[in-house]
Design a protein around this ligand. Structure first.
Ligand code: AVI
Length: 327
């Protein structure tokens, strides 16, 4: 066996071990069982998420695309030059293309997508390679580690623009979102910028149908997490015995996805060395998606060490693109 394939096997084994640890930690919590939302995105989950973005009930992605179509030039015209672009999470590249094309009008630009999935990075490189004057160097790293690397490589006088699109910040639970933004700010220098996409508060029925669509794509996206635990950790979750649930938590202003157990049942997860008892109607909390108010964003910017330079709002869905400058 070659050295590289042995190394790949070791990496894979440690990823499985980490997954097993986090699944076991989440499902043995005393009050509310939970699973980390990052595990929703295996190849099946990522493909289902792409379909979610095309659903008529889920307006978030189209709203952000509309904003960038309308304002990409205006956004890049506000940036100091020269600028290096880093993107946290790569998405499909459709939205990023709008910004990179606008930037390419006035300078050749380094673009660094930071993403733990090598497959997603490869897709992005393919999607964006035709844009003239843009050089793509991706980093297969966790967000902040990758950003540290980009920041360390910049030349004197170069500014950083960090893209964090799609309201992914809303998927950080509780204080984790503002902690993350504070840590991100520590990596930047005064005058660097962050373009942050945020989904705004909207009527609860609109949110419920966005996260519990009539076709059942979001339900499949959520249930795939149990299917993934079956595939990767040898568990025996019976998928028809769990139902997708989307609820709005007024206190945290978040839409929560849960999986509700339809009966009293026991599930065994050999790779995590545990058996879990579920009561009828007990839920596993799988994701929170926080929804923002304009005032909250202004104070979030201030508390994270930024000021809000400008905010572009899509009124028809309720989505904001925020240009924050590091103080
Ligand atoms: C990736 N993230 C911003 C999506 C959201 O809206 O919170 C994930 C998602 N979950 C269910 N539908 C979409």
């Amino acid at each position: 066996m070659s050295k590289t394939s042995t190394q790949a096997q070791i990496t894979r084994a440690s990823l499985v071990r980490q997954f097993a640890l986090e699944v076991s930690g989440g499902l043995t919590k005393p009050w509310q069982k939970e699973l980390p939302s990052k595990y929703l995105y295996d190849p099946v989950g990522s493909a289902l998420f792409e379909v979610i973005c095309a659903l008529p009930e889920y307006g978030l992605t189209r709203a952000e695309e509309r904003l960038l179509q309308l304002h990409a030039r205006e956004i890049v015209d506000q940036l100091p030059r020269p600028v290096v672009v880093a993107e946290l999470g790569s998405g499909t590249g459709r939205k990023t293309r709008l910004l990179l094309e606008a930037l390419a009008r006035w300078q050749s630009t380094w673009y660094h997508p930071i993403e733990i999935s090598p497959a997603a990075l490869a897709v992005l490189r393919r999607e964006l390679r035709d844009i003239n004057s843009i050089s793509i160097v991706g980093f297969e790293r966790e967000y902040l580690d990758g950003l540290r690397e980009v920041a360390a490589r910049r030349a004197p006088g170069e500014h950083l623009l960090v893209l964090f699109l799609g309201s992914t910040i809303g998927n950080f639970d509780g204080a984790a979102g503002s902690d993350f933004l504070r840590q991100l700010r520590q990596i930047l220098q005064p005058g660097d910028s962050l373009l942050l996409g945020t989904d705004m508060l909207k009527p609860v029925p609109t949110l419920i149908s966005a996260y519990d669509d009539p076709v059942g794509v979001t339900a499949a996206f959520n249930l795939n997490l149990l299917a993934r635990i079956n595939r990767e950790l040898g568990a025996d979750f019976k998928l028809p015995q769990f139902k997708h649930l989307a609820v709005f938590n007024e206190e945290t202003r978040s839409i929560e996805m849960h999986l509700r157990s339809c009966s009293r049942q026991k599930v065994t997860i050999p790779e995590a060395s545990i058996s879990i008892q579920f009561e009828k109607n007990e839920t596993i909390w799988t994701e929170s998606s926080h929804k923002y108010s304009p005032e909250e964003l202004i104070s979030l910017a201030r508390h994270s060490g930024f000021h809000c330079q400008e905010q572009w709002m899509d009124q028809s869905w309720g989505f904001a693109e925020n240009l924050w400058i590091a103080e």
